[in-house]
Unconditional design. Structure first.
Length: 290
């Protein structure tokens, strides 16, 4: 895939130094969809891996592509989370498609090649040399609207990805860490510098909702036969907007009881046609489920 071709990822082309060529295996359409990068330490804690996996799963459930670097630790956990729910994930490699996956993640790489997308700027046979990874990291950042750093030491490669994201005008978020953990030094430093904290995956989804152009990226929800069968569902679907509204207000607008409103909203959320927020507030979904 060469720069300037119609299928070249538009977000990646907008970075200061886009790669002239991309070598791709898998679903190339994922490279142009709305994406969030989840990156972090190879020597991740159990809590860090769990958080990365939950981020990958929750984002993928909402139709957001999860981008990472296929490294052990945080990267692998984010990929696994997305794959576990049948979502889209992109792994950016620091070498050729045939040799770049770390031995521990070769099966994961094979699965991403079948169900997601592997991408690199390096031709086949290129070994994953240390100086390749800062270049790889700019591609990770370039494919994503937001970069989320889960765990990072003071000199982590994930911080390089964050710097590339800022240089490209993308958002950076970070999961706060305990001050006594070595892997928290980098993420806490990002927070001090102004990165938004990630307490749960919904914080990332809320941030996506504030970015310009997101409404155009989200197709209108498809109302199928299951929705048409219930008039209460149709009334609530008509009342939902992009702005979160309290369930009490939706009940009043649709002339339903609060209990019925909450029950129907839960059904709509499970169908991917509504999105819940804190305080029993609801809105239209961020994106169509994958």
């Amino acid at each position: 895939m060469r720069r300037g071709m119609p299928e070249y990822p538009p977000l990646l082309e907008a970075i200061p130094d886009p790669p002239p060529d991309l070598h791709v295996l898998g679903d190339t359409g994922l490279l142009s969809r709305m994406a969030v990068a989840v990156v972090g330490s190879r020597k991740a804690s159990d809590l860090g891996r769990t958080m990365a996996e939950r981020l990958g799963a929750r984002l993928a459930e909402r139709g957001v592509v999860v981008v990472s670097g296929l490294a052990i630790g945080i990267d692998a956990a984010a990929h696994h989370g997305a794959l576990a729910v049948g979502g889209g994930t992109v792994a950016v490699l620091g070498g050729g498609l045939d040799v770049a996956a770390p031995p521990a993640n070769r099966r994961l790489a094979e699965r991403i090649g079948r169900e997601g997308c592997l991408v690199t700027e390096f031709p086949s046979g290129t070994p994953p040399l240390p100086h390749h990874f800062p270049r790889r990291n700019r591609i990770i950042a370039g494919l994503a609207r937001i970069v989320v750093v889960v765990e990072a030491a003071e000199r982590s490669g994930a911080l390089t990805t964050a710097r590339h994201a800022l240089a490209a005008g993308r958002e950076v978020m970070a999961v706060p860490g305990h001050p006594l953990m070595p892997n928290a030094v980098g993420v806490n430093g990002l927070l001090v510098d102004g990165a938004r904290p990630v307490r749960s995956p919904d914080d990332v989804l809320d941030e996506l909702g504030e970015l310009p152009g997101l409404v155009q990226d989200r197709p209108a929800p498809e109302v199928g036969a299951a929705i048409a069968e219930g008039p209460s569902r149709l009334r609530l679907m008509s009342a939902l907007t992009d702005a979160p509204a309290p369930a009490e207000r939706l009940a009043k607008e649709t002339r339903l009881t609060l209990a019925e409103t909450l029950a129907v909203l839960t059904e709509l959320e499970l169908l991917g046609l509504a999105r819940s927020h804190t305080g029993h507030r609801y809105s239209l979904p961020l994106v169509r489920p994958a």
